[in-house]
Design a protein around this ligand. Structure first.
Ligand SMILES: Cc1cc2nc3c(=O)[nH]c(=O)nc-3n(C[C@H](O)[C@H](O)[C@H](O)COP(=O)(O)O)c2cc1C
Length: 189
């Protein structure tokens, strides 16, 4: 069981990496195998060919991410809200792939500088993840005032956050384990 934590802000002063660090730490503390996929590290070009259109001859970085997404059993998407939608580098990264996501769940962890926790990006992401074949679980993990609620290392002193994350991750892992068991038994249709 391996979970990919996907984060797609590449801004110089990005704040959401704090949420991503918190999530990775929480997964590690629970003994959940995970890999952090940061669009700033995996520098993909603006979408030209999707991975499948390279027919086995994809550039190295696109191939590397294929391997990561293909081997993952679920995806936690850490997303800011840019004009009520998702960050462009995140969408660009997601759009390169397709079958890698199929029959695996996604969990939406959104955040914003203000008080709404990126919930409008989560609404947008529900449609995107459904189309990508990684439907999102019902519970989300919305974080308001991201710069105040987390320090640079992903620590929080907001007493409401751990409980919210606990509900989110328990539900997410339920779906991830259920769908993995079914894929292991019957494969993908
Ligand atoms: C292009 C852009 C658009 C934004 N649009 C919204 C928005 O629609 N709603 C919101 O709550 N915050 C918005 N913000 C503020 C973000 O919540 C805040 O900058 C956040 O830290 C962005 O995530 P990042 O730092 O990980 O890139 C926007 C920020 C940027 C850069």
């Amino acid at each position: 069981m391996k979970i990919a934590v996907i984060y797609g802000s590449v801004r110089h002063h990005r704040q959401g990496v704090r949420v991503a660090k918190y999530i990775v730490k929480q997964l590690n503390e629970r003994g959940i195998d995970n890999i952090f996929v940061d669009a700033k590290e995996h520098k993909l070009p603006f979408l030209d060919n999707m991975y499948k259109e390279y027919n086995g001859d994809a550039p190295e970085e696109i191939e590397n991410l294929h391997q990561i997404f293909d081997s993952a059993d679920g995806f936690i998407i850490v997303s800011g809200e840019y004009n009520h939608g998702l960050p462009p580098a995140l969408k660009n990264m997601l759009d390169h792939y397709q079958s890698e996501y199929h029959f695996k769940p996604s969990g939406l962890a959104t955040y914003s500088a203000g008080m709404f926790g990126g919930v409008r990006a989560a609404v947008h992401l529900r449609a995107v993840t459904a189309e990508l074949g990684m439907p999102s679980i019902p519970t989300t993990f919305p974080v308001p005032s991201v710069g105040k609620n987390f320090d640079e290392n992903g620590n929080t002193d907001n007493e409401h956050i751990p409980g919210g994350f606990d509900r989110f991750i328990k539900e997410f892992m339920w779906y991830a384990e259920a769908l993995k068991a079914k894929r292991d038994k019957d494969g993908k249709p």
